[in-house]
Structures are given as structure tokens and as C-alpha cells.
Ligand binder design. Structure first.
Ligand SMILES: C[S@@+](CC[C@H](N)C(=O)[O-])C[C@H]1O[C@@H](n2cnc3c(N)ncnc32)[C@H](O)[C@@H]1O
Length: 292
């Protein structure tokens, strides 16, 4: 079998997953990067029936062995092209950084960045993060957990595919050390509301910015007032056929009385993904919670 093509990985799952299989074939420089760099930077994860984003039950990562030292661990879920995690690793050589991603070309690009920047404190793994949190990542081992711009899954019937929901938050609580930080960002108001709701409801987390930026100061109020999620030159951006209005993406309550929005996380560089969202006129919501 061509090792550069992903194998289907659904049969072992009973729950819907947060990702779809897309453009997994590696070509050109990314293909070479995978061949040259995977041994050094990609964790070797035992699988269920060879399914390539799965984690074999019972497998627990030896974090110290993976990094060759003991240091505080930062995990980014859905690291995309690796812009944020390699930026952080460069600025913070005393912490270790693990990028969890299902998208193979993104992982290849991340490994290229690691190698170009000569970083020794980043590893990557091709895994479904939810599956990895359940067993592979040791309990209470993580200093910071990041989930930036997870796929929004707009349609109500697809909301069950959203990554940040109750079970994900429970698993995040399992892997974060007491006092550890859970940082999130999204450019969609309905997902921002969902993130805040599930985290506020969790007894394991406290919002570091509880009650801040509410009412007229809330970015959510501002988006709700605009009535349109995404505006370019005054016209709604079309996703598929319909404009994505706040009415279509979720609750639209007029004024956000809760607030709780964090300032933009200064450690997060402007990724090409976030830049596109901003160019499209969307608002970015940041949240920071602390593991109790
Ligand atoms: C919209 S992109 C954002 C990428 C990046 N965080 C950024 O800001 O540029 C979401 C990413 O999450 C990844 N992803 C989705 N579900 C995942 C899961 N269960 N485990 C790991 N990665 C996942 C996708 O493959 C995709 O690369």
C-alpha cells in the first residue's frame, strides 16, 4: 500500500468525528518531508486495525521518552499547517510542544517548519485528538491545551460533529494538570457560545476572564447586532448557497450579558486561516479556562 495515502479509519468508531477525509495525498516537498522527517518528529502511534487516525486501546505515550527530557507540555489540537505550535516552540524552548492533527499534508508542513527552524521541542502525531485524550495522553500531564479555530460544522444536524462539546471538555480535564490552561479560539459566534456554555457548565474549569467584556463591550453583542456573521464590503459572505447569518448559526439573543471573553492570546500568531476569517469580516472570540 502507498504509505502516502490515508486508509479509511471509521469502522472502529461509534461516534461521529469532527473531521472529514480531505486531500490526504502527499506530493512534492511535503511527501519528501514526510519521508525524511517523520522518524524524528512524528510519533509512532499503534492503531486499531491500521486505521490511521486511531489509537490502539491501552497505548499510553511516554512523554519523556518522546521528547528526550522532562518539561512542561503544551498540546495543540488541530494544528493545521503548524504555524502556531512552531511559533510557540521557538519562543519557549523550555517547554515541549505536541501537535495533534488528522490532516496529513498539514503534519508534513509542520514537520518542514520544525526542521527549518531547527526546533528540538516539537513533536507531531496523526491522531483524532478526542481518541488521544481518552488514553494516549497521560492524565494530568499537560500544562496548556490549545484548540484554535476548530471546524465550525454550521448546520444544526452537523453540530454533533463539533469537537468542543461536553465529552471533549471532560477529556481535556483528564489530561490537564491542576492549574493548567485551556485556550480556545473561534471565528463563529454560535461555536463561541457553545464553547463558553460547555466550559462554564464543567465543574473542572474556571473562566480566567469571567464576566469580562459583556453587554455592549462583548464581541458577541457586536456580532449579534450586525445580524450577519460575515461581511465583506457590506455583503454577507456565502457559504455554499446561503449567507451565514447569526440567525442561521445559532442563538441570537440581542445582548450578551455573560461576557467572559479573553483578550486575544498574544502567543497565537496570525495564521493564514485566521487571516482569511478576518479578511472576510468575521470576529474572533478567545476563551481561556483554568483546570481547577
Ligand atoms: C479550521 S482548521 C484550523 C487549523 C489551525 N488551528 C489554524 O488556526 O490555522 C481545523 C483543523 O482541525 C483539524 N481537526 C479536526 N478534527 C480533529 C481531531 N478530532 N483531531 C485532530 N485534529 C482535528 C482539521 O484537520 C483542521 O486542520
Amino acid at each position: 500500500m502507498d504509505p502516502h495515502v490515508q486508509t479509511p479509519d471509521q469502522p472502529h468508531r461509534t461516534q461521529p468525528v469532527s473531521f472529514v477525509r480531505r486531500g490526504s495525498r502527499l506530493q512534492g516537498r511535503r511527501r519528501e518531508a514526510w519521508d525524511e522527517l517523520a522518524e524524528a518528529f512524528l510519533l509512532d502511534v499503534p492503531r486499531v486495525h491500521g486505521a490511521d487516525t486511531s489509537v490502539a486501546p491501552g497505548f499510553v505515550l511516554d512523554v519523556e521518552a518522546a521528547f528526550g527530557r522532562s518539561a512542561p507540555l503544551v498540546i495543540e489540537v488541530g494544528s493545521g499547517l503548524g504555524e502556531a505550535i512552531t511559533h510557540a516552540a521557538e519562543l519557549d524552548p523550555d517547554r515541549d510542544h505536541l501537535a495533534l492533527e488528522v490532516y496529513r499534508p498539514g503534519l508534513a508542513q509542520t514537520m518542514l517548519r520544525i526542521s527549518q527552524k531547527d526546533l528540538t521541542n516539537v513533536r507531531t502525531a496523526q491522531v483524532d485528538a478526542a481518541e488521544a485524550f481518552a488514553g494516549m495522553i497521560p492524565a494530568s500531564s499537560v500544562a496548556e491545551l490549545w484548540t484554535f479555530f476548530p471546524d465550525p460544522w454550521h448546520k444544526a444536524r452537523h453540530h454533533k460533529r463539533r469537537l468542543v462539546k461536553e465529552d471533549y471538555v471532560e477529556l481535556a480535564a483528564r489530561i490537564l494538570a491542576p492549574g493548567g490552561l485551556f485556550r480556545l479560539a473561534t471565528d463563529w459566534s454560535s461555536y463561541a457560545v457553545q464553547m463558553r456554555a460547555v466550559l462554564d457548565a464543567s465543574p473542572d474549569f474556571e473562566n480566567l476572564h469571567d464576566g469580562e467584556r459583556r453587554g455592549a463591550d462583548s464581541p458577541l453583542t457586536q456580532v449579534w447586532e450586525s445580524g450577519v456573521e460575515s461581511v465583506v464590503g457590506g455583503a454577507p459572505v456565502r457559504e455554499g448557497r446561503d449567507p451565514v447569518s447569526t440567525g442561521n448559526t445559532g442563538v441570537n439573543e440581542g445582548t450578551d450579558t455573560l461576557g467572559g471573553w479573553a483578550p486575544r492570546f498574544e502567543g497565537r500568531p496570525l495564521t493564514s486561516f485566521e487571516n482569511k476569517a478576518i479578511q472576510a469580516g468575521r470576529t474572533v472570540f478567545d476563551l481561556t479556562y483554568r483546570r481547577r
